[in-house]
Design a protein around this ligand. Structure first.
Ligand code: SAM
Ligand code: SF4
Length: 266
């Protein structure tokens, strides 16, 4: 699929829940957020049916995100259903990693290729301050589990405030180098203020080569993180939503007042 600016669109990011076991300060308020009702959240069949359609049109890279994807009940079955779709070359997940000790083995067995794990600090106290509910030890155990079962290459997502020379960022970088993981530094953004920036070590933020579409947990297909344009796959049907999202993918992002990271998945 090519959009109106001749960009090849081959990457679908699917948010499977807006719920999370953490409350990262830059992502969610401390008390959490009003959750989508169960009826609004896409079923596994709806997610898989839409993904199959998108793959038939040229999507070959799929990432599962959230919220925290590993809190979605039955996530291993969903990953299996997605992995069984012919034509996906790269099936990955972005996770905070805390539940990987429990799920890594099963995820690998049903066909997940690799994981990106969010890690902002190597200091247990700072880590807890940032995530509010998270324990660094759980995430480090999650990283070990992912490595052990071969969910490789492991990439670490590290949110930075000013630059990648901050103390926390340097410590994450040192850890990544020691263990042979890649690290991507993501500037803390505000979608409403349109403060978006490129991802150091990753592909995000380069509008000219953006190849992505995003499906929210309640079934809206968004062509751009920094725009409120979105098309409901339930209301329009997958085919029409896909066509409209491709046709109307903006040349570059501006602001989004409707998106938050926990509901669009980053
Ligand atoms: N819960 C999973 C996790 O944390 O990896 C997946 C969803 S999370 C919304 C996806 C990514 O978005 C994470 O790497 C997170 O650090 C990043 N993120 C969340 N809020 C952000 C913000 N305000 N600015 C930049 N990145 C953000
Ligand atoms: Fe949860 Fe991920 Fe948002 Fe942190 S960044 S609150 S782990 S969804």
């Amino acid at each position: 699929m090519y959009d109106s600016f001749k960009r090849k669109i081959n990457y679908l990011r699917i948010s499977v829940t807006d719920r999370c076991n953490f409350r990262c300060t830059y992502c969610m308020p401390a008390e959490g957020v009003p959750m989508m009702s169960h009826n609004d959240v896409l079923s596994f069949d709806e997610i898989v049916e839409f993904t199959r359609l998108a793959v038939s049109k040229g999507i070959d890279k799929v990432r599962i995100t959230g919220g925290e994807p590993l809190v979605r009940k039955g996530i291993v079955s969903l990953v299996k259903m997605l992995a069984d779709i012919d034509g996906i070359k790269d099936l990955s997940m972005t996770t905070n990693g805390a539940f990987l000790p429990k799920f890594a083995d099963d995820l690998k067995n049903v066909g997940l290729n690799r994981v990106n794990i969010s890690l902002d600090s190597m200091d247990p106290k700072r880590f807890h301050e940032i995530t509010r509910l998270g324990k660094l030890e759980d995430v480090l155990n999650g990283i070990d589990a992912a490595e052990k079962v071969g969910l490789l290459p492991i990439k670490l997502n590290c949110v930075i405030k000013e630059n990648s020379q901050e103390e926390d960022a340097l410590a994450v970088k040192a850890f990544a180098e020691e263990r042979g993981f890649q690290v991507r530094f993501i500037h803390q953004m505000s979608l409403g203020e349109g403060s978006f920036s490129v991802v150091e070590g990753g592909e995000g933020g380069h509008c000219g080569t953006c190849n992505r579409l995003r499906l929210s947990a309640d079934g809206k297909l968004f062509p751009c993180l920094f725009s409120d344009i979105g098309y409901s796959i339930r209301e329009l049907g997958g085919e029409e939503a896909l066509k409209k999202a491709i046709e109307n993918k903006p040349k570059s992002g501006t602001t989004s007042i409707g998106h938050e990271f926990y509901n669009i998945g980053g």
